[in-house]
Design a protein around this ligand. Structure first.
Ligand SMILES: [Zn+2]
Length: 224
């Protein structure tokens, strides 16, 4: 069943040269928008051949698209409690190589916010997994919505995507908002000693599609 998605429009588009922490260099066209449903300042990064100027009527070939939810601790500071930093790093390069869009969604901590995420971490240190901790704080397991992501794609003239994600909920929500997902491309598994329980919980509880067998050590991770 399709959901009616309000129209958003491109507000600004500007080229930003990127140099990532490991020295990888590329160029992005960064888009902001008017009319996003939740009033947050979500961004889209056009990469590769999608970094050229766009007008709303454009209908290019199918782009590789990753909706990435903001994670200040992981994206900026390299926190090893999650795999967000390496996922973002991988996504930028893969999208730049193929041509597509990184949707940077300002929904920290699966939508519960930065402070609540830190409180959830504290609860995880007492033995709860990431989903149980959110529930203990009175939040849902995952509060993220991809309506604004769909609005941004519509504003960019993108009606069909190859989705770079292991999360079936992203594909389901985008399809419901009228975005055709013609392929779902898995991301790599970025395992470290500190995030193994987090990844195991994502796989068990969030029905993520990555193969645990590819991640040595995950099965023996402590569940507290
Ligand atoms: Zn994270």
């Amino acid at each position: 069943m399709l959901m009616r998605v309000p129209t958003a429009t491109i507000r600004t588009q500007v080229v930003v040269p990127l140099r990532l922490a490991d020295g990888y260099v590329t160029e992005a066209r960064v888009f902001s928008f008017d009319g996003l449903v939740d009033g947050r300042e979500h961004l889209t990064f056009g990469l590769g051949d999608m970094a050229s100027e766009r007008s709303p009527g454009d209908s290019p070939r199918i782009p590789l698209v990753r909706p990435h939810s903001e994670c200040l601790t992981g994206d900026v500071f390299g926190s090893q409690r999650c795999d967000c930093g390496p996922q973002l790093r991988e996504a930028v390069e893969r999208i730049a190589g193929f041509g597509g869009f990184l949707l940077y969604l300002r929904q920290e901590g699966r939508g519960i916010g930065l402070y609540a995420k830190l409180e959830a971490y504290a609860l995880q240190d007492t033995g709860l997994d990431t989903y149980e901790a959110n529930l203990a704080l009175g939040h849902r397991e995952d509060e993220r919505s991809y309506v604004a992501a769909a609005q941004m794609l519509h504003a960019l003239g993108v009606s069909e995507v190859a989705l770079l994600s292991n999360n079936p909920d992203k594909a389901w929500q985008l399809r419901r908002c009228g975005v055709s997902v013609s392929a779902q491309v898995p991301t790599g598994v970025h395992l470290s000693a500190a995030n193994s329980r987090y990844l195991a919980a994502k796989a068990e509880r969030g029905a993520h599609t990555f193969d645990l067998g590819l991640a040595p050590g995950l099965r023996s991770a402590s569940w507290g």
